[in-house]
Design a protein around this ligand. Structure first.
Ligand code: ZN
Length: 127
């Protein structure tokens, strides 16, 4: 079971339904992964594309460290699980694959404004 942590430079400047839904899905997926930590490396901070304006700046996107996952298979499995948890209104990508800056990017799908529920729900109550 991995803990979800943030790199010290991560800044949240605000929250949207989409961002909270992403955080919830990430927590749910992390709980099923036999790793120490899943690290959020960027929220509304750092350098992201201006054209089109990145969803990081509208509090609708997160970056996640990919090198914590040691094998190609574990990275693919993580992406699959997170995609399944989030559903079609979100978009995930493995950016800069093969470079030192490689990371997972998760955002509300292009052209959408997420107004749905705040949690995915399959595993809400754990006592
Ligand atoms: Zn990003």
């Amino acid at each position: 079971m991995a803990r979800v942590v943030c790199k010290p430079s991560v800044r949240f400047k605000g929250f949207t339904r989409g961002l909270i839904r992403i955080l919830g899905a990430l927590q749910i997926v992390a709980e099923r992964i036999p790793m120490q930590e899943i690290v959020i490396t960027s929220a509304n901070d750092g350098q992201h594309s201006q054209r089109p304006r990145s969803r990081h700046y509208t509090n609708e996107a997160l970056d996640i460290r990919s090198r914590s996952f040691v094998t190609h298979e574990s990275r693919q499995r993580f992406l699959r699980r997170l995609r399944r948890e989030l559903g079609p209104r979100f978009w995930l990508d493995y950016e800069n694959h093969g470079k030192p800056s490689a990371h997972f990017h998760v955002q509300v799908r292009k052209g959408h404004r997420y107004t749905g529920g705040l949690c995915g729900g399959r595993r809400e109550s754990r006592t």
